[in-house]
Structure formats: C-alpha cells, structure tokens
Design a protein. Structure first.
Length: 330
C-alpha cells in the first residue's frame, strides 16, 4: 500500500472539515428560526390588543362611538329655550305691502278703552307705562294718581339714565316704544286683525317700553333683522318680548327676522330673561312739584301725552281752552 504523504493528509483533513460544515448548514436551515418564532409571538401579542375587524355591520354599530347630539348649549336658560320654541311656531313669510297703513288704524293714541292690562283704569296708556318704567315718580295732583310729571328712567335700550320732566320741550326725551312696531305689525298680519284687536295691540303693556326718545326714533319701524338695542345685554329680553307679542297676536316673521332672532337667543347662554311686570304699580305719593310749563298748541300737548289740560294744573292756558269750560285740548 502506498504511503500517504503529509500534504495529502492535510488536504483530506481540510476536505473533511468543509464537508462537515456544509452538512451543519443544511441541518440548521431546516430548523425553525428562533428570532422568527419570537417575532411571530410578539406580533400576535400586539395584535391581541387591537379589536379585530367586525364580522358584520351590526358588530360595527355595537362598538361605534355615540353620535353628537343637538342639545341646547349648556347653561341656556329655560326662558331662552321657551322663546326659541315659540319662535318655531310663528309663520315665516315675506313682508306684505305697507299700503293702507296709518297710525289711526290702531285706534286713538294711548287709548284707555282697551281689553288688556290697565285698560279702563281711568288713565291713558302712556302714563300707565311711565308709572311702570320710571322711578322716583312725581304725580300730577287731582289726576287720581295717573299723570306723571317727573321721574327717572334707566333706559334698557341705551343704558342711559334720563331725568324726565313733563313739558313741551322735555316730554319727548322719553318715548313709549312699541316693541313690535305698529308698521311692522301691519305688514306682518295686523291688517287681518279687527279694529278692537289692533287697538289692544297698540296699548298692550307687553308690547310697550319707556325708552330714550333718540333710540325710539332710530328704531323707527325696524324688526330684529334691521335694528336691535345698542345695549347688548338687553337684546335677549327684547327679542323674547317680540316673539311673545307676535305669538299672542298671530303675526308672522320674515326669514331674515327669524334668523336674527335665533342668533340673538342662541348667544344668550345662561342669561336670564327677566319677566317684566306689565301692570302699572300703584301710584307713588310724593311731595315733589314739577315746574309749570305751557304748550304752544294742543298738538304739542297731545304729543306729550298731557291732554286734557285742566284749569289750575301745569300746562293749562286759556288760549287752548276754546269753549272756556276749564278743560283745554279735550
């Protein structure tokens, strides 16, 4: 047998080592990878924390979040919600023509011959409202506690404090506003009311407010879409009163008017809408005496709500008493 040389032995040894290494690699590759097993376990564990996709639509609804509600804003007062509810009962349509409108369509100014609060109490409506809305009131003697000679108004429209003195040059500083203007009412349903009902509307204390004359003039016959009180804190009350009156007399609102009312009311949040007393309080007795003044004519006296003028009382003068019976501007 031939003798194996050292070189050949080393060659065969090297080949053997390589063969063993190759066989080891084949065996290892056939086994599961330890990192893959661990990773697979980790993926399963992570996946178990996320809900699997629902098998049906009903399963999806069972886990979906609750839908957003349209409930009124938190803190919104019951009075505001009530006004919004009443607003939704009013008819919504366009403004009718102003054709035929005259102040006389609503009866004699400040008539006491009405079927509303303070009607037939022996006092005209203007003085009823002045007694209700003014403080520190001085009354005209011998008028059964009716006629207001002086007082102070805290105007809700402007937040001004106005000292009132009855007279031809001063009475117009405070005017009685129709919260729902007569012309506006005429164009939104009052044409269909009978004469008595229109007279009630014009003298209903719920629709009347003593205010600064300048604010009343700026308002004119505007509705909520065209005019609101400069005093923003009063707007909720103002709009709520308009809604109440329009509901009582079955008047409608225009689309723009309803939008404006809704904006005002939804911005009120927790603002309370005070309930204004509609009836005039009992007359306030006082020793104050208002300064005497005279009217240039009966038209001015009527505009100031001073008629009739009686002999011996402020404002009376013989030139206005045509029949000399002691009562002028009857």
């Amino acid at each position: 047998m031939p003798k194996t040389t050292p070189i050949r032995r080393r060659t065969w040894l090297l080949l053997g080592v390589l063969l063993v290494a190759a066989l080891g690699l084949v065996v290892v590759s056939a086994l599961p990878d330890a990192d893959d097993t661990t990773a697979g376990g980790d993926r399963t564990a992570v996946g178990s924390t996320v809900p699997s996709a629902p098998a049906s639509g009903s399963a999806a609804r069972s886990v979906s979040p609750a839908p957003e509600t349209t409930a009124p804003p938190a803190g919104q007062s019951e009075a505001v919600r009530r006004s919004l509810t009443t607003l939704d009962t009013l008819a919504v349509k366009g403004r009718a023509p102003r054709t035929g409108y005259e102040r006389e369509q609503f009866g004699q100014s400040w008539s006491d011959d009405v079927s509303v609060t303070d009607g037939h109490n022996g006092c005209d409506t203007r003085n009823d409202i002045l007694r209700r809305d003014l403080t520190d009131v001085a009354l005209k003697p011998d008028t059964r506690g009716c006629v207001v000679l002086a007082g102070t108004l805290d105007d809700p429209y402007t937040r001004q404090t106005i000292s009132f003195t009855r007279g031809p040059d001063t009475s117009a500083q405070i005017q009685i506003d129709h919260v729902v203007a007569l012309s506006d009412a005429w164009q939104k349903g009052a044409q269909q009311l009978d004469a008595d009902r229109r007279r009630d509307f014009a003298n209903d204390p719920r629709n009347l407010q003593a205010v600064a004359g300048s604010a009343n003039q700026r308002k004119s016959d505007g509705d909520a879409a065209t005019w609101l009180p400069p005093n923003k804190s009063y707007r909720c009350t103002y709009v709520s009163r308009q809604i109440e009156v329009k509901s009582l007399y079955r008047l409608w609102v225009t689309p723009a008017e309803k939008d404006a009312m809704t904006r005002v009311l939804t911005a009120c949040s927790g603002t309370a809408i005070p309930t204004s007393e509609t009836a005039s309080p009992p007359p306030t007795k006082t020793d104050r005496v208002a300064p005497a003044s005279y009217f240039p004519n009966c038209a001015a006296a009527r505009a100031a709500g001073a008629t009739p003028l009686r002999l011996g009382q402020p404002g009376y003068r013989a030139a206005l008493d045509g029949d000399g019976d002691g009562v002028a501007c009857e």
